[in-house]
Design a protein around this ligand. Structure first.
Ligand code: SF4
Ligand code: SF4
Length: 249
């Protein structure tokens, strides 16, 4: 079954600009998931936020039924304040959604946010970042490679073969060497099949690192020692190879 994922900011964003599109695809048998970042509680001046949220949630549920949306979800962000949501939390949440639903197409706001509403602009940036991030893999790990230093030290990749500094948006990132074994002390196959190294490669497949390159940065992003998701060395969220910034090999 084909799947369409729609991520917008407020109840009614789905009906005014793209209601016909959603209804058409639902009618053609596409499973449409609609994710609304807020419940629109600030949308009726003079009304209580709680009452407005309940009313607009019901309205959206009714609209979704008419449009043929099969799956309706809320992110429960605060109406008017989506831009204040922690980027790494939001992007991770959205990446999980993308990985769960695996849609063939995603609809969200363009860079102008249609009306320039700050929530629309924030949703655009978050969804775009999550979309880019969802496809991130480490090609060096996926390719089953290792790198061997002149001293016989085995590293998972050449970025981790040596201490080095990389730069993104002018910000330096210190990367420390990571060695998982040495061919002068143990045969390569034994290092490759070592339980800790197998676990490490399995973890790399989900690439569940903090999205430092999109976040704007805290001091943890200055090194590959740890990240805010609790990952310990080597934390790969800032790796320019995995982000596709450096395309080789
Ligand atoms: S480690 Fe810091 S820069 Fe990286 S995602 Fe977390 S808060 Fe942002
Ligand atoms: S993500 Fe980067 S640093 Fe991490 S293992 Fe892959 S190439 Fe090496």
């Amino acid at each position: 079954m084909k799947r369409l994922l729609v991520i917008l900011a407020h109840p009614d964003d789905e009906s005014f600009p793209i209601g016909g599109t959603l209804a058409r695809y639902a009618d053609e048998g596409v499973a449409v998931t609609l994710v609304c970042a807020t419940k629109g509680e600030a949308g009726i001046p003079g009304h209580s936020a709680v009452g407005t949220a309940v009313q607009r949630e019901q309205e959206l549920a009714a609209a979704a039924q008419i449009l043929g949306v099969s799956d309706l979800r809320f992110l429960d962000y605060r109406d008017g304040h989506v831009a204040e949501v922690a980027v790494h939390t939001a992007v991770t949440q959205l990446v999980s959604l993308l990985q769960e639903i695996r849609p063939q197409a995603v609809i969200t706001f363009g860079p102008d946010g249609i009306s320039g509403h700050p929530d629309h602009l924030a949703v655009h940036h978050l969804v775009t970042a999550a979309f880019d991030r969802a496809g991130i893999v480490c090609n060096l790990i996926e390719g089953g490679t290792v790198s061997i230093g002149l001293d016989g030290g085995i590293s998972p990749c050449w970025p981790l073969m040596h201490n080095h500094t990389s730069y993104l948006h002018g910000k330096p990132h210190q990367s420390r060497r990571h060695v998982v074994g040495n061919v002068n002390e143990r045969e390569l196959l034994g290092i490759w099949l070592d339980e800790a190294y197998v676990t490490y490669r399995q973890k790399m497949q989900s690439f569940a690192f903090a999205p430092c390159t999109y976040c704007g940065g805290c001091e943890l992003s200055e090194e590959n020692e740890e990240d805010c998701f609790g990952n310990e060395f080597p934390a790969c969220g800032n790796c320019l190879w995995a982000q596709g910034v450096i395309p080789c090999p």
